[in-house]
Ligand binder design. Structure first.
Ligand SMILES: Nc1ncnc2c1ncn2[C@@H]1O[C@H](COP(=O)(O)OP(=O)(O)O)[C@@H](O)[C@H]1O
Ligand SMILES: [Mg+2]
Length: 165
């Protein structure tokens, strides 16, 4: 990873489904073609719940389901939306899928279980690491690698999800 690439970390606490949806809305309002968000964390941590809310805020019509068995699902909102779940494939299999076409394409891409294909991911991205706490709240650690993702995390850290700047 390039030494000069800016990095920023923000920890977001989600106490309920609405909090997770607010984070998704904050990020979807900043979406741009070619953007990438990775989602990692245990089964049931809330990766798919976040993805569904993100899709709604990208104006994707209809229901977005977990693509565990299909690996990749493509939707059309105010920009293309690519939802991936790479839990069931190996890095070699993923390499065969030609993911760069999505990662560097005209849509917004979300990847659940991205750590399984770490070496195939673009350097610039927003990583969301979800942890379930004892009280059932979620800690969502947001790490922005490169611009604009590092700026988003700085905003989030300073102003929370209600910042509209
Ligand atoms: N703060 C929260 N954010 C997201 N999901 C939550 C939260 N609290 C409880 N949940 C529950 O946790 C589950 C998350 O499921 P899901 O999003 O499918 O997880 P994953 O895709 O990470 O396996 C849902 O049943 C949801 O209702
Ligand atoms: Mg899921």
């Amino acid at each position: 990873m390039a030494q000069s690439m800016p990095q920023q970390v923000a920890d977001y606490t989600s106490h309920n489904l609405e909090d997770t949806e607010r984070l998704a809305a904050f990020l979807a309002s900043r979406a741009f073609p070619g953007m990438m968000i990775t989602l990692d964390g245990d089964l049931g941590a809330g990766k798919t719940h976040f993805s569904k809310a993100f899709a709604r805020h990208l104006d994707v019509p209809g229901l977005v389901n977990s693509p565990t068995f299909t690996i990749i699902k493509e939707y059309e909102g105010r920009m293309p939306f690519y939802h991936m779940d790479v839990y069931r494939i190996t890095e070699d299999e993923a390499a065969e899928l030609g993911l760069d076409e999505y990662f560097f394409g005209q849509g917004a891409t979300l990847v659940e279980w991205s750590s399984r294909i770490e070496d195939l991911l673009p350097e610039q991205r927003l990583s969301l690491q979800l942890t379930v706490n004892e009280d059932d709240s979620r800690t969502i650690r947001c790490t922005g690698y490169g611009e604009p993702y590092a700026d988003w995390c700085a905003d989030l850290k300073q102003n929370g999800v209600n910042d509209n700047s």
